[in-house]
Design a protein around this ligand. Structure first.
Ligand SMILES: N[C@@H](CCC(=O)N[C@@H](CS)C(=O)NCC(=O)O)C(=O)O
Length: 201
C-alpha cells in the first residue's frame, strides 16, 4: 500500500479529507500545518502545494491538492472494493464525479458569495442576497434527488454523501437556507451521525 501523508489544520478544508480517510479506513500519517502562524508559507510546504493551503496529500511523496480532487482520488483508489465508491465504467461513477464537483464548484460559488458578504458585515447586500438565492435554488435540486432516494447515489451510503454533506454542512454555518429543504436536512443529519464524522479533525 502507498504511504499517504495528510497535511492538515483542525476545523479547516482538510477536515472532510480526514473524515474520508477515516471512512475508508486508509492508514496514513497526519502532519499539522499551523495556518494561524504562517507554516503554510514555508518553502518546504510550498514545494508540495504552491497555493500554501491545506489540505495537501502526498502519495509515496508525490503531492496533490484541492480537497475535492483528493476525496475523489481516495474514493476511486480505496473505496471501490468496499462499495463506498462506484466502479469505473458504471453510470454511478459518472454521478459520483458530477455531484462531488457540483458541491465544491457550483454550490461552492454561491457559498463564497454569501460568505464574502457576511465577512464584510453586509450579508444582505447584492452579493449576499444573490448567494442566498443561488444556494436555495441548488438546495432545491438536491432536495428533489433526496426525495427519490435515501443517499446521493441511491439505496446505499457512499463517499459522495460525505463529500456533498461536508459542503452543505459547512454552508449551514454561514446561513444557507438548508432548513427549507426537508429531505436535505434529514439526509444531512444521517451523514453527520456517521462515526467517520466524529473524529478529531
Ligand atoms: N480550494 C481549496 C481551499 C483550501 C483552503 O482555502 N484552505 C485554507 C484552510 S480552510 C487554508 O489553507 N488557508 C491558509 C491560507 O490561505 O493561508 C480546497 O478545497 O482544498
Amino acid at each position: 500500500m502507498s504511504k499517504i501523508v495528510l497535511y492538515w489544520h483542525p476545523m479547516s478544508s482538510a477536515t472532510p479529507v480526514a473524515c474520508a480517510l477515516a471512512e475508508l479506513d486508509v492508514p496514513h500519517e497526519r502532519v499539522k500545518i499551523d495556518i494561524t502562524t504562517g507554516e503554510q508559507r514555508r518553502p518546504d510546504f510550498l514545494a508540495l502545494n504552491p497555493n500554501g493551503k491545506v489540505p495537501t496529500l502526498t502519495v509515496d511523496g508525490a503531492p496533490m491538492f484541492e480537497a475535492v480532487a483528493i476525496e475523489m482520488w481516495l474514493g476511486e483508489t480505496y473505496g471501490v472494493k468496499s462499495g463506498l465508491w462506484p466502479a469505473e465504467g458504471t453510470p454511478e461513477r459518472l454521478q459520483a464525479m458530477a455531484w462531488s464537483t457540483w458541491s465544491y464548484v457550483t454550490y461552492g460559488a454561491q457559498l463564497v458569495r454569501l460568505q464574502a458578504a457576511r465577512d464584510m458585515g453586509t450579508p444582505d447586500d447584492a452579493h449576499g442576497t444573490a448567494g442566498h438565492k443561488g444556494m436555495d435554488e441548488l438546495l432545491g435540486l438536491l432536495d428533489a434527488r433526496l426525495a427519490k432516494q435515501p443517499w446521493m447515489l441511491g439505496e446505499a451510503y457512499s463517499l459522495v454523501d460525505l463529500i456533498v454533506g461536508s459542503v452543505i454542512g459547512y454552508s449551514v454555518y454561514i446561513g444557507a437556507p438548508v432548513q427549507k429543504h426537508p429531505h436535505v436536512l434529514a439526509w444531512l443529519g444521517k451523514v453527520q451521525a456517521r462515526p467517520s464524522m466524529q473524529i478529531d479533525a
